[in-house]
Design a protein around this ligand. Structure first.
Ligand SMILES: NC(=O)c1ccc[n+]([C@@H]2O[C@H](COP(=O)([O-])OP(=O)(O)OC[C@H]3O[C@@H](n4cnc5c(N)ncnc54)[C@H](OP(=O)(O)O)[C@@H]3O)[C@@H](O)[C@H]2O)c1
Length: 268
């Protein structure tokens, strides 16, 4: 694991500037969330496991807002990495106000292809989507508890509720993340609120890479046909919800917010 500081010198010697840690923020939803918090004047941690250059590019976009950025290579499936990330944030700013557990992985396996998923696939997906979120939460909990009003936002999926998505192992992992959200909300209260967002189809590289451009385009049209709002979700929509649950929803904890443009209720 490595960390790089921006070209901005530390300005907040009193460490009064709030800090948001976003896992998996080199792309998609995580990148949009880090940018939203940076735009509101928060210092941010950009985390990635493989994509160093995209992470640095997002970090530079955040720095353009005049905030400090820590870029940390950390595989959330590794508890040692999570603890080292926490130690680096502690040494840098001594505080964390919001953690967004966004890093996720999957395997694309058709729903009816039961033989297409192995136990190893389940373990690999759970290692990141469930255990990774748990480990990062555990590593940062002492820092979150230092401040009076803090929040954790777990990025789940509509897959956890509707039996749709990249694979059954992925759906199960996001269902487990929902259950863990409730357990952690009880465990970490009253100091820390814990909530989740379950997005529908989000316009990020995730599905484009998983299905290829042609199939992705067909999926988008199919989604728009079914959803009450006739839209797919943009990463910025999820970022806005993460801000709401992480910062503004002062009396909400243990909730899973469905953010699907009306895909579940469908169009009349
Ligand atoms: N796109 C959708 O339609 C959709 C819908 C519902 C929920 N979600 C959820 O939203 C989250 C983000 O997805 P996205 O669509 O924004 O995907 P994305 O654009 O592919 O971004 C995934 C991010 O996660 C990081 N990541 C992956 N494994 C990691 C690990 N082990 N440790 C640390 N970082 C890791 C990636 O960085 P590296 O490349 O460096 O690994 C990347 O920054 C996921 O949890 C996903 O399940 C997505």
């Amino acid at each position: 694991m490595s960390a790089t500081f921006g070209f901005f010198e530390r300005k907040n010697t009193m460490n009064t500037t709030k800090v948001c840690v976003v896992t998996g923020s080199s792309s998609g939803i995580g990148a949009a969330t880090a940018l939203l918090f940076a735009g509101k004047g928060w210092n941010v941690v950009i985390n990635y496991s493989r994509s160093a250059e995209p992470a640095e590019a997002i970090a530079n976009q955040c720095r353009a807002h005049g905030v400090e950025v820590l870029v940390v290579k950390c595989n959330v499936a590794s508890d040692d990495d999570c603890r080292r990330l926490a130690a680096e944030v502690d040494a840098c700013w001594g505080r964390v106000d919001v953690l967004v557990n966004n890093a996720g992985t999957t395997r694309f396996v058709g729903l009816k292809d039961l033989d297409g998923l192995s136990a190893e696939d389940f373990h690999n997906i759970y290692d990141v989507n469930v255990i990774g979120a748990y480990q990062m939460t555990r590593a940062l909990a002492p820092l979150l508890k230092r401040n009076p009003v803090t929040g954790i936002v777990n990025i789940s999926s509509v897959a956890s509720m509707m039996g749709v998505g990249s694979s059954i192992a992925y759906m199960a992992s996001k269902g487990a993340l929902n259950a863990m959200t409730v357990g952690l909300a009880r465990a970490l209260g009253p100091e820390v609120r814990v909530n989740a967002i379950a997005p529908g189809l989000v316009d990020t590289p995730w599905l484009r890479q998983g299905h290829g451009e042609a199939r992705y385009a067909a999926m988008v049209e199919g989604y728009k046909d079914k959803a009450a709002l006739a839209e797919v979700i943009q990463p910025e929509d999820v970022a806005t919800a993460a801000w709401f649950l992480g910062v503004e929803a002062a009396k909400t904890t243990g909730e899973v917010l469905l953010l699907d443009a009306g895909f579940r209720i469908t169009r009349a």
